[in-house]
Design a protein around this ligand. Structure first.
Ligand code: HEM
Length: 487
């Protein structure tokens, strides 16, 4: 009786195929591998496109809508800010932080976080981005002419080094070891949690505790927590050492002239900011996850595409050569607008293989959508970025084709705002957009000037790269490429 309205409205929308009474599509997820989950979500996205942008499915008692209509997506992303149970499960390691917190907590966290992403901060981060990219090139150089190797760990270590030094103000030397324990253990937690999201039997904490993965999860969480706590302690000590008492007996920070990192800002204002030690640790883990994995995946898919399409790689290289000539200097801020082709290739790579294939919101108030459908309060609205980025209505009949020139000025100008969503949209969009794209462009410009990325080229312009659902979309078997040094 309580859910009468929900059932009434659900009846009005077509369902995905193969839905069963009571369990809905639960059977498709139970015991499924992360590759199977990715395939099922892809399949639902295509069914949503075929149905004009919206399709429903039940996972047990929870009603979901898979949305690929861009105007509907915009309304949801701008009006519904609460995240779903799936994000709450991330709470086992990030508590209630910016990424997944309920709306009132999120508002507070986001306000504290945003000063770390101003353009002044971005400028202050630039030298760190460049230094870490140089180290990345040095590390990759060790792999030249040694055959195929896994690229992803190098990309993760590069992005982790950047996040730690810029937002925490600490150099963690993780590029020395691409299999850094923090990165390995974070991956384990993400794997276990993504399987848990689609296994409703493991949603209650006590059931999860009985599962065989729980011990492995706890061990991984401990390593990650210790890594972050050590950073906080190091920083606290540094700040203490730099504080002096002025003649009026007031404590002053002698590092005032330097732009403080996010962590320094928080620790300097500890009396005003209401974070407990655990909350601060969890917020930092969330920030590290949000900043490291997304960018590392984006870079890995980008380089994989370059290995599959050598002609595109060559054009990127030619453009870099036109801008830098034979100089070995790194990218400067002023070079970015000159690299128009690189920008198009990166946009196209993020369209087809962005790290977020799906974002979800809980619909808290009944919402009428521009398409005419009404979503009931209490359902989950799943915005399929995967589907929106491949919908022929926005991207034409060749939507699946890898074609950077679809982003040429003139062609791209008329695209609707929510047709391109690698960084989401609305108040809970990605605050790290500039940060992320700048780290990507610096690494790409350094790596592609120094090396040719080699793998078996693809004959088809439809890449069909294999992927899996690990909360984010990751390459199924990593990215295996070889490197040749350019003359
Ligand atoms: C290519 C790189 C990146 C991509 C594609 C990306 C994508 C996204 C997307 C799609 C969301 C929305 C998630 C959702 O609604 O469920 C998001 C949120 C977020 N991202 Fe990024 N991101 C990237 C880099 C970064 C970086 C470098 C940082 C920080 C250093 C960052 C910090 C965050 C945070 C804190 C949120 C949560 C925002 C909120 O809920 O208010 N991201 N990102």
């Amino acid at each position: 009786i309580k859910n009468k309205r929900l059932y009434e409205l659900a009846e009005k929308t077509p369902s995905v195929k193969d839905s069963l009474p009571l369990i809905g599509v639960g059977h498709k997820f139970l015991g499924a591998t992360r590759e199977d989950i990715y395939k099922t979500l892809k399949d639902f996205s295509y069914q949503s496109i075929e149905n004009g942008g919206l399709v429903k499915f039940w996972v047990g008692p929870t009603l979901h809508y898979m949305i690929t209509d861009t105007e509907d997506a915009e309304v949801i992303l701008k009006s519904q800010l609460a995240k779903t149970t799936a994000y709450a499960l991330l709470g086992s390691f990030i508590g209630k932080s910016t990424l997944n917190a309920p709306v009132p907590v999120w508002k507070y966290h986001r306000k504290i976080l945003m000063p770390a992403f101003t353009s002044k901060m971005m400028e202050s981060y630039f030298p760190t981005f460049v230094a870490k990219s140089r180290t990345l090139v040095e590390k990759l150089d060790e792999q030249v002419n040694k055959g195929e190797f896994q690229l992803f760990p190098y990309m993760s270590a590069y992005e982790l080094a950047i996040v730690c030094e810029t937002t925490f103000g600490v150099n963690v030397n993780c590029q020395e070891d691409p299999n850094h324990p923090f990165l390995v253990q974070v991956e384990i937690m993400m794997e276990i949690t993504s399987e848990r999201i689609f296994n409703i039997l493991q949603h209650p904490e006590w059931m999860f505790k009985l599962s065989p993965q729980y011990a492995k999860f706890c061990k991984a969480r401990q390593t990650v927590n210790e890594f972050i706590l050590k950073i906080v302690e190091t920083k606290r000590e540094e700040i203490k050492a730099k504080r002096r008492t002025n003649p009026e007996g007031k404590e002053i920070d002698v590092t005032e002239s330097k732009i403080p990192s996010f962590l320094e800002l928080v620790l300097n204002m500890e009396k005003d900011i209401k974070y407990t030690d655990t909350e601060l640790m969890q917020e930092l883990i969330a920030l590290t996850l949000a900043g490291t994995d997304t960018s590392a995946i984006s870079l890995s898919f980008f380089f994989e595409l370059m290995s599959k399409y050598p002609d595109v790689q060559e054009k990127v290289y030619q453009e870099l050569h036109d801008v830098f000539s034979d100089s070995t200097r790194s990218l400067a801020k002023e070079d970015i607008p000159k690299l128009q082709y690189l920008d198009r290739v990166l946009k196209e790579s993020l369209r087809l293989y962005g790290p977020s294939a799906l974002i979800a919101r809980t619909v808290e108030q009944e919402t009428k959508l521009p398409s005419g459908h009404t979503l009931p309060a209490g359902c989950d609205a799943d915005i399929s970025i995967y589907g929106i980025h491949r919908d022929p209505r926005h991207w034409g009949p060749d939507a699946e084709t890898f074609d950077p020139d679809r982003f040429l000025p003139g062609k791209y100008d008329n695209i609707q705002p929510c047709s391109y969503l690698p960084f989401s949209n609305g108040p809970r969009n990605c605050p790290g957009y500039h940060f992320g794209t700048t780290t990507l462009k610096i690494a790409i410009s350094d790596v592609l000037r120094k090396f040719k990325i080699v793998a078996e080229p693809l004959k088809s312009r439809v890449p069909n790269l294999e992927a899996k659902f690990d909360i984010l979309t990751k390459p199924l078997h990593g990215v295996c490429i070889a490197l040749e040094r350019r003359k």
